[in-house]
Design a binder for this molecule. Sequence first.
Ligand code: 1QQ
Length: 397
Amino acid sequence: MDGLRWIAILSVGALLLAACGGDGGTSPGAEGSDAAAGATDTPSQAAGDCTLDEPVKVGVVFSQTGPAAVYGSTQLNGAELAAEEQNAEGGVTYELIVEDDASDPAQGIPAFEKLINQDQVSIIMGPTLSNTAFSTDPVAQDAGVPVLGVSNTAEGITEIGDYIWRNSLTEGQVIPQTIEAAVGAFDLQKVATLYGDDDSFTVSGHDTFVAALEEQGVDVATTQTFAKGNTDFAPQLTAARDADPDALVVSALAEEAALILQQAAELGIDVPIIGGNGFNSPAIIEQAGEAAEGVVVGAAWNSASDDPATADFITAYEEAADGAPDQFAAQAYAGMNLIAMAVESACSAEPDAIRDALGGITGVETVLGEFSFTESRDADHPAVVQIVEDGSFAILE
Ligand code: 1QQ
């Protein structure tokens, strides 16, 4: 773990120097011995030796209450674990200032305002939901404080402005691969879709599913919608069942997702159910039980990866928190480590310096795999397609 963290910091240092033209012609994207040799010279010292007198204040806005708390609770564990590990290293330390957005855009805004105006944080991690991010992130953009989303997957988040980043793959980066794998595994010809039409993430996910299905030549036999807080999905599920689909494609957050799985089973729907990012919480499997078996969902973290960094992370998380990490914990853990890389390569707590340094992060090792930020401040790293087997996520492809 420590070794990987150092490799990552060294590469950022090397890349920043290369970007400044200081290493005699090695391009930022160059791999191999030249770049590696560069990494052991002065830039690595600069990145590794950074010391800041005061702890760097990192605002953290996760849903600790409300329907998205199943995601926000593991996110907080992941971020805290990474900060503790960073602080144990010394040199630069981090103070997390944690606010609860209560799964509600209206409560996210004052949380952002407090962190920016009162606490004067250097960067904000969060919020949990895209639906909240569309309300909160413009506040940070206007104030010139960078935001790192670690679970926002709706299209358009980073288009809010040039202070807005995310390490979470978008639905558009994961769903096409998921549908392709599902078509291959289950020979899908036609499906029924079901989605929440009052949430930015569930709408965006559904749009992405429809485009991916079209791309694969799969017909949508019927489209059903629901609203936040609905608990009876029998009308929509009955209409879906009557369309005789080869699969049910669902874009939903955890609370509705678990009920949909249970009620689909009760109605005798036995075709595969394919979910978007909202299905990535093990809490859904716990709640839906047997009804979650066979659910297919694309994910940004491979918990079964044989990368030692993954095993180290799982062990450290299990020691620090009560239970196993999920994708959301891994993304928050990686997010805090990416923030530390940026802070330490800039060797500054200034929001603008950190924002610029995030732009230099390319090809670094994280618990999400080899990670880069794209030109548009989105994430670039491998995705996996999972299927629920015996009560846990297994790899479908
Ligand atoms: C979003 C999501 C949710 C599932 C995050 C928890 O992907 O709101 O963008």
